[in-house]
Write a protein that binds this ligand. Sequence first.
Ligand code: PLP
Length: 455
Amino acid sequence: MGAKEGKETSMEVATERRLTGEEIVALSRKHTIFEWSAQSKVEPIPVARAEGIYFWTPEGKRFIDFNSQLMCVNVGHGDRRVVEAIQRQAAQLAYANPFMATEPRARLGAKLAEIAPGDIDVFFFTNGGAESVENAIKIARSVTGRHKILARYRSYHGGTAGAMTLTGDPRRWANEPGLAGVVHVLDPYHGIERGWDTAEQSLAMLDEVIQLEGPGTIAAFILEPVTGTNGILIPPDGYLKGVRDLCTRHGILMVCDEVMSGFGRTGEWFAVNHWNVVPDLLTMAKGLTSAYVPLGAVGMRREIAERFRDKPFPGGLTYNSHPLACAAALATIAVYEEDDLIANAKRMGEVMRNIHLDLEERHPSVGATRSIGLFGIVELVRDPRTKQPLAPFNGTSEEMMALGRFFRQEGLYTFLRWHSFFFIPPLTITEKEMREAFAIIDRGLEITDQAVGAG
Ligand SMILES: Cc1ncc(COP(=O)(O)O)c(C=O)c1O
């Protein structure tokens, strides 16, 4: 049978005109797979263009991007400086073999060494977050000669085999069994009903797990210093420093996954800076290029990099140190600096915090809000007294679906997950734009407020 027999393929795609939103959705659903979803349930928004904090459908419906698409377009959409840097690099040298040395690679390594915390000043470039995590695992195992990796339950580290095993949230379940030697530990946060442990309680639990597993078998402990999709979990003061001390004491590498929290998202270049902690390895992606081109990196302290002076580095990728991506990263970092976006994230983070407090006061369904910089979340509840969430763990509810429909109808794009929704706009956001988004959210919460006390 011919390869195309029985298939309708490109014949159905009009070539002489732009596709309508409806056609884009229909063809995308027919011929492409949407991630993490039952394909019959996806209802994608067709996106034709984007600028600043907004994006548009082909028919011109405008959305506020209150999630920086997938928590990554930190400098906002369509920044000419990044676009032109990519265009210039494409014209000059679009690709070089990773054994070559190029100017964008050289400059980006040096620039990251300047902004990364402490003595992290050597970088291995990848195509994104998950690959950075994979390489962090390899580095940790190679450097320590140990095999176990500790990770936390309320975490996401990426969709590839190793990163998926480290991931603690339910996305891991369908991918098991994964990498051998991964042990999960509990976080200081136990969900809205049970709340927080103190730093001391959480560190004691971690210390106990380390003892029980055998400190000499553990290569690394990986954690998001401020957890992203699993709830914008800001650690209690003392926690990260305590983790640092425990890792140092036992010769375990501390790996901070800042794929989402890095590059100004929390109001600092990196989240660990809030607590003056320097991990041994630092994974990054997303905001590194603001996603204009895919790029990830693992940063390592000089003493770790020294271990590969005579011993081969145990990893490689065809697109390692891709010139287009390195050029995009350099231009993106220049935008953060020129426009003082990290200070803006801090400043607008304060505005967001106050709006959150106001929402907490006026909406009984708002059970908790948390934010640091422009990294924020609202947890919704059915009962303000017991804090019963408005949707179950790993599930949804009529009310959450109605809220999602309302936001979409009103042109607000944000990320809804279980009983929560996120506030992760581009770092360029102004107070006026922030208030425009909150006016929609305020009205949306009237829907969820009706669930309170309704059983
Ligand atoms: C903390 C963290 N690590 C790793 C990843 C995986 O990154 P990527 O999707 O670029 O592979 C993500 C993605 O959301 C993330 O949030």
